[in-house]
Design a protein around this ligand. Sequence first.
Ligand code: HXC
Ligand code: NAP
Length: 293
Amino acid sequence: MNHTNKMLRDCALKGKTIVVTGGGSGLGKAMTRYFLELGANVAITSRDLEKLKDTALELEAETGGMCLPIQCDVREFHEVEAMHEAVIKKFGKVDVLLNNAAGNFISPTERLSPRAFDVIIDIVLKGTKNCILAFGKHWIDTKQTNTSVLNIVTTYSWTGSGYVVPSAAAKAGVLAMTRSLAVEWAKYGMRFNAIAPGPFPTKGAWDRLMPGDLQEKFDMAKKVPLNRVGEHQELANLAAYLVSDFSAYMNGEVVTLDGGEWLKGAGEFNMLSEVTENQWDDLEKMIRAKKNK
Ligand code: HXC
Ligand code: NAP
């Protein structure tokens, strides 16, 4: 067994219908694949219907599950409502909403036009809000319980980060929504949780966050105490647990999956991991010598 193995028992998600926004690529696709393998029906949505259709066909062939591709720009509430209706029409109900769709690119903030800032806020924060309102109100109106929302945020939702300021602001808002609604809507039988991934290479993210030679200049694995980036199946394992009934008592949680990356940047003296054993011998002598002075 290792960290790339599949974690949950077969049929762990049987009978559940899950909607994955941004499910046609990257981490959304990896999570969708595993949900299908575990017996869930999955609807994948994004702006690019051709990509979604290809992904759905590929994953259905691979897993034998049912995957419904639906075009939907999460920025538009009427499109989210239409997407929700299409999923209900096909599968009869929805049990889980996974807000995974995102937009992001690196840029000094002073280079951003108002529209460039808005486009990220609109996809990440407004898009998540649109989906939560459409799905949540339906669950309340129909008295459907044992439902859950899983939001994909980042570790800079709470640390903030330069050069991705719209994304940091939007993800912080999503995290606040997660924790707020975990309390307010628990009475309706809904759970809200989040995952904060560290670096998990995907084409969508790396094209926009690590373009050109940035990948060679800034090796993301070196920022991580465990000295590697994440494997998609590791994230899929955690997501499957969080949307399954095994996590029925987990509500309002954000689970960090980053190999210790953000804490490495935060801890005051973590730079001392560079110090060699010989240097430690000398440093220890210096510190001990101060004791009696
Ligand atoms: C400055 C830019 C820009 C750039 C776009 N804009 N790229 N400004 N630097 N590099 C500006 C445009 O000029 C325009 O403003 C405005 O942003 C909207 O651009 P459009 O191209 O019209 O937008 P759209 O076609 O809707 O595309 C949205 C997008 C694009 C976000 C810009 O990158 C996209 O489709 N992304 C989806 C996938 C994605 O981003 N995946 C990565 C998620 S990774 P003006 O004023 O000129 O009209 C992630 C990881 C986080 O979130 C953590 C990692 C560790
Ligand atoms: P990705 O493949 O680019 O995924 C983003 C998805 O969002 C795409 O499928 C995209 O599809 C969809 N999307 C974008 N705008 C949309 C809109 N307006 N309406 C509907 N869908 C839209 O990148 P990823 O790395 O897998 O990212 C997935 C999630 O993980 C994101 O929430 C991201 O912030 C988070 N995350 C990733 C990492 C990482 O290291 N990869 C780290 C931390 C957090 P279309 O273009 O077809 O619309």
